[in-house]
Ligand binder design. Structure first.
Ligand code: CUA
Length: 311
């Protein structure tokens, strides 16, 4: 599947199409105003230029007709822009549905929790959606203000502590769309990225089915890793479905091995990068809330063996 341009000028949903259209129309209106004003200035410069010996032009002070014309024209332009803007707002931000949203996305410093009580899964930093279907998303935050934005698919929407917000998301073509946090929220604001992966209904159902699976019971080194995961208190921050409690301080790791990136987009999810992350999270993502557990080689090997089973 191809990555996308990530550009607001390449909209792939009715919501972003409306925003893009408004921008383009406004640009053309402004270009026309510029052409008229620059044209009149240019004409005046040439036509009324100073000539040696010429008489002064007729001096006029006050013209009711001119005053009315150059007040009325801007009023009409502003009214047209107002009408177009209201239309774009309606198109890009329809009323949220009654009842449960399809997805809940919760901003954390610095990653995104993705859950669907409706469909019964929890994920992080990757949002799968079926192509062509509008998905309603309730937005929340675990700490500070963040802003959810997928330039090609959604309008921007702030996540406000104590006050749920709503946004619609739809992709009319399959693809991988870049999402960002677009409101400064601390050290790693720039690495609070996520991906929206738009797939067919069948692929979406299969993905949901896979995410709903609880973790398999590990054996061998992986079983020792699972024991360490509890003993070293990893489990206090990271949930693993089917194992114990469900903390949300860190990303749910039930399917961590199936994710494309680590640290909210900062590095690809490869065994080598996971080793780096576990050895010293601050080296990979300074400021991340995950502490350095100073693992010895054996502990590291067992934990990595365990995490690799979490597909
Ligand atoms: Cu979250 Cu910026």
């Amino acid at each position: 599947m191809n990555g996308s341009s990530g550009s607001i000028f390449d909209p792939v949903s009715p919501h972003t199409q409306a925003i893009s259209d408004l921008f383009v129309i406004t640009l053309w209106i402004c270009a026309a105003i510029f052409a008229v004003v620059a044209g009149i200035v240019g004409y005046s410069l040439v036509h009324y230029r100073w000539n040696e010996g010429a008489a002064d032009p007729v001096q006029i002070a006050g013209s009711k007709r001119l005053e009315i014309i150059w007040t009325a024209i801007p009023c009409v332009i502003v009214l047209v822009l107002f009408g177009l803007t209201v239309h774009a707002m309606e198109q890009s931000d329809p009323e949220p549905p009654v009842g449960e949203p399809d997805l809940e996305v919760i901003g954390h410093q610095w990653w995104w929790e993705v859950r669907s009580p409706k469909l019964g899964f929890v994920a992080a930093n990757e949002i799968y959606i079926p192509v062509g279907r509008p998905m309603s998303i309730r937005l929340d935050t675990a700490d500070v203000l963040h802003e959810f934005w997928v330039p090609q698919l959604t309008r921007k929407m702030t996540t406000v502590p104590g006050r749920g917000n709503h946004v619609w998301m739809q992709a009319d073509q399959p693809g991988i769309y870049q999402g960002v946090c677009s409101e400064f929220c601390g050290t790693q604001h720039a690495w609070m990225r996520f991906e929206v992966i738009a797939v067919s209904e069948e692929e979406f159902d299969a993905w949901v089915e896979q995410q709903r699976q609880t973790a398999a019971v590990p054996t061998g080194d992986a079983a020792r890793g699972a024991q360490l995961f509890r003993d070293l208190t990893c489990i206090n921050c990271h949930a693993i479905q089917g194992v114990a409690s469900h903390p949300t301080a860190g990303p749910d790791l039930t399917h961590v091995a199936s994710r494309r990136f680590l640290g909210s987009g900062i590095v690809p999810n490869t065994p080598e990068n996971l080793r780096r992350w576990m050895t010293d999270p601050q080296e990979v993502k300074p400021g991340a809330l995950m502490p350095n557990f100073k693992l010895n080689d054996e502990q590291l090997a067992h934990l990595l063996a365990y995490l690799a089973t979490l597909r």
